[in-house]
Design a protein around this ligand. Structure first.
Ligand SMILES: [Zn+2]
Length: 141
């Protein structure tokens, strides 16, 4: 499932995080589920392709793919997910209350796309729920 992040409007598509190219609101077609008008939420570009996230008045979501010349390529499913906090923006004291120094280093490295110790990430992941319970912040890595 393709995911559009609330707040940032970043799109998680084919394993990549894409920042929005535009947040223009346009009528972009009709909903295949209810025939309602689809209004764009965000536009993203990947390679030569355009990806348009849109929703109808009944909150049906769709991700439409176009080539570089705006020829329709296909529709895909889309869901909206809450914004996740980046590790580097979280207070150190909160992180240290749950994770070891090695786990924190690993999460930061993973987030920045640097090499990291897989084992540490597995250990950290096992504690995400505890962290969320304590501080109300979801971590996703
Ligand atoms: Zn609809």
């Amino acid at each position: 499932m393709n995911r559009l992040e609330q707040g940032s409007f970043a799109l998680f598509f084919a394993g990549k995080r894409l920042e929005p190219a535009s947040l223009d609101k346009n009528m972009v077609g009709f909903c295949s589920k209810c025939d309602g008008e689809l209004e764009s939420i965000a536009y993203h570009k990947t390679g030569d392709e355009w990806l348009v996230c849109a929703k109808c008045p009944n909150q049906h979501l769709v991700l439409t793919q176009y080539d570089g010349y705006w020829n329709w390529k296909g529709d895909a499913q889309l869901e909206i997910v809450p914004e996740f906090k980046s590790i580097s923006t979280l207070p150190k004291e909160q992180l240290e209350a749950v994770f070891t120094a090695a786990e924190i280093r690993t999460m930061e490295a993973c987030e920045r796309g640097l090499p990291y110790t897989r084992q540490n990430l597995y250990r950290a992941r096992a504690k995400y729920e505890k962290f969320e319970k304590l501080f109300g912040v979801k971590i996703r890595l």
